[in-house]
Design a protein around this ligand. Structure first.
Ligand SMILES: *Cc1c(COP(=O)(O)O)cnc(C)c1O
Length: 350
């Protein structure tokens, strides 16, 4: 069987008519806009937000397009990548019928969005080396499996998933293969963006929330073939990205130098932290990381977590997550923050 997008899309989504907003219908050079029931006088702010934002975010997409080397028509922008994840369920998965595959331990939102949409999640745990279990994945796929979620670099383990394994799934699975590249800026492995022209079933997720330092703005990207992006646009809220976010993101994308410097600093700090942690008796394993966090196996993980919390240092307790027994996930901080963390762990041992 060949990949056929129309076979994957829910019937109600195929049949529906998208909402057509005022700003969608008129494209031209008018100067008086009396079509959207906005307040024509202004906003009670120094900057005017009285006009609805561009529903398709063309200026921002043009900017991203040149940075990422991908045409604007292959980009969907969402309120964080979480919006794209939710839309994937709403477009492709029939509630109560279809299923998706996830590979724990991994990002929690795939499962949360599945539950919201009443879609079954089949879990195929990663192998001990945190790589895909291809035999078990093949066995788990059935006729109603619509989407496979691969997080690479993976959260919370930090490793990249082997490219060849992902390619095997892209070549053999007739549903969608979603690669969540939230941490790609930190990875030695390359993005799958160049592969988009090759695979009509590939969806790539990225975000401005991590390396770009804009978690508070809420801007996530999905890259895919135009037919998939067209469905995203059909189902999304008309004005899903607000004016402030669009303007600030455009400004931020002009500042790629700072981002590259922070990414380098993060990698340096990661090495420093790994070295310092290795010296502690408490630590049993530090897993290799292609991300801006490390997964650390240690004695008394839960106690250490609570001790750190009492010192005002919050890390992520993953000690009861599959394959992460006794593990804490630690985000790489600034040099000062990392030193304080190491000092606190030394104090714990005393
Ligand atoms: C943090 C993270 C995201 C980002 O989500 P946003 O909604 O864009 O903030 C996506 N995927 C993974 C795996 C993450 O860890």
């Amino acid at each position: 069987m060949e990949f056929n997008l129309e076979n994957l899309v829910r019937d109600n989504i195929k049949k529906m008519t998208a909402y057509s907003s005022a700003r969608h219908e008129y494209k031209g050079d008018a100067s008086i806009f009396l079509d959207a029931n906005e307040n024509s006088f202004g906003s009670p702010l120094p900057v005017n937000y009285n006009r609805y934002p561009d529903p398709m975010q063309w200026e921002l997409k043009t900017k991203l397009s040149s940075i990422k080397g991908i045409p604007s028509q292959n980009i969907f922008l969402g309120n964080g990548s979480d919006e794209a994840i939710d839309l994937l369920f709403r477009i492709f998965c029939n509630p109560g019928k279809d299923n998706v595959l996830v590979f724990p331990p991994t990002y929690g939102m795939y499962e949360v969005c599945a539950a919201t949409n009443d879609v079954t999640v089949k879990k195929v745990p990663l192998l001990e080396n945190f790589q895909l279990d291809l035999d078990a994945i093949e066995a788990a796929i059935d006729a109603t499996t619509k989407i496979i979620f691969i997080c690479s670099p993976n959260n919370p383990t930090g490793n990249s998933i082997q490219r060849t394994a992902i390619e095997i799934l892209l070549n053999n699975f007739n549903g969608l293969v979603v690669i969540d590249e939230a941490y790609i800026n930190y990875a030695k492995q390359k993005t799958f963006i160049p592969e988009l022209t090759e695979y009509p079933n590939l969806v790539i997720l990225q975000t401005l929330s991590k390396a770009w330092g804009l978690a508070g703005l809420r801007l996530g990207m999905a890259y895919a073939g135009k037919p998939i992006i067209d469905y995203f646009n059909k189902v999304k809220y008309p004005y899903n990205i607000n004016t402030a976010t669009q303007q600030l993101a455009i400004e931020a994308l002009g500042n790629i130098l700072s981002v590259n410097n922070w990414t380098k600093a993060t990698t340096e700090q990661k090495s420093w932290l790994q070295e310092e942690l290795t010296k502690l008796d408490l630590i049993e394993a530090i897993y290799p990381s292609d991300a801006n966090f490390i997964l650390v196996k240690m004695k008394e993980a839960r106690n250490v977590y609570e001790y750190l919390t009492s010192k005002g240092i919050i890390v992520r307790d993953r000690s009861r997550v599959i394959l992460c027994n006794d593990c804490l996930r630690i985000t790489i901080g600034t040099s000062d923050e990392n030193k304080k963390l190491v000092n606190a762990l030394n104090d714990y041992l005393k």
